[in-house]
Design a protein around this ligand. Sequence first.
Ligand code: ZN
Length: 426
Amino acid sequence: MSKFALYNGYLLDGTQNMTPQKGLAVLVENGKIRSVVADTAIPKGFPKIDLEGQYLLPGLINLHVHLAGSGKPKKKQTDPIKAVKLVTANAWTKKLGMALVAGYARQQLRSGVTTIRTVGGILDFDSRLRDAINAGKAVGPRILAGNMAVSVPGGHMAGSLAHVAHTPEEAADFVSQIASTGADLIKLMVTGGVLDAVRQGEPGVLKMEPALIKAACDRAHALGLKVAAHVESPEGVRAALENGVDTIEHGAMPDESTLALFRETGASLVTTISPALSYALFDTSVSHATPMQKYNGKIVMDGIVGCAKACLSAGIPVGLGTDTACPYVTQYDTWRELVYFRRFCGVTATQALYTATLGNAKIAGIEKETGSIEAGKSADFVVCRDNPLNDLTTLREPSIVFFRGKKIAPRQSRIREVDQELDNYL
Ligand SMILES: [Zn+2]
């Protein structure tokens, strides 16, 4: 069906002050929104799809995705270097790995996420999958591909999902190499993370020296690519912003000077509460975290929430991502991040939904293409049974998903043990 009209629903358009609108029809033609008209004015030639009083909203956007994992918690952490070595051992294992990654991307789409931004993956799998999806050879969401990231010796994901740069020159060369694999953005591992920490009270130690951050950012910008950086400490945020990073992923407790740096540089924050929550709040018998990981996890979670709140009140753009493939962060639960954003950062449901749609689109630079239900944009929609502004958990099970005008079956097999634990935080 290249043309159709969605009618008899409540429209939530994704804009900042959206309210449910009745009596409208969305006309879709060749994968794009042609216009939004009164439902009494649907032109001939547009077959009508009755939404039966359900809610029509833009497809969600997840700004922080790793496609190489399910998020199913394990008792013992697997060694990421060994795991990636296994997947990339030969042509056959690479094919298997690629199929796995494609399956996870499909889960994202089926859960109502029509755009993902990947920030650390295996080789060039993300951009190859993006191209296959764009060519109609695979079913999945729009992908802004980060491919492999850049780290430093002993840094976050070094040698697995990230190249290991020893010098600024080497960092710049890796950026060029990643760009040549077809990446849409560059990811830097500026600090360590909860699992890298060796001391209690010191998660997110600054690992990447400022000259190296600058060299990588300069090269990325010269190539027309933006830079996203994994940062989990205040000194990391400062070093990242002072040296050209465009988005701070995760964040840390800010002070006035870091907020001023955000403002000066025009950088945005991408909040990710999902990966921190299990380390910080679960009992260690459930999370399998060590007492130190739990302690540091709490510092990181407080930093992420504190950074988001401070940026929100300072008018700095804040987006949302889930850091999928971390323990307890599945490829189909982006909606939970909206729930946490509301619960821990004190935003309204409207603001949470705006952030996960048009807000995220603006941060990713794709707001002309998607993020809201407006004429000319891609026909990316989620249909929900209830009003998400009253209850965000209705996003858990969309009744229909549309991507580029195509209807996607919202089928989902869920991991029960993950639901059981996480549903305590709704
Ligand atoms: Zn991440």
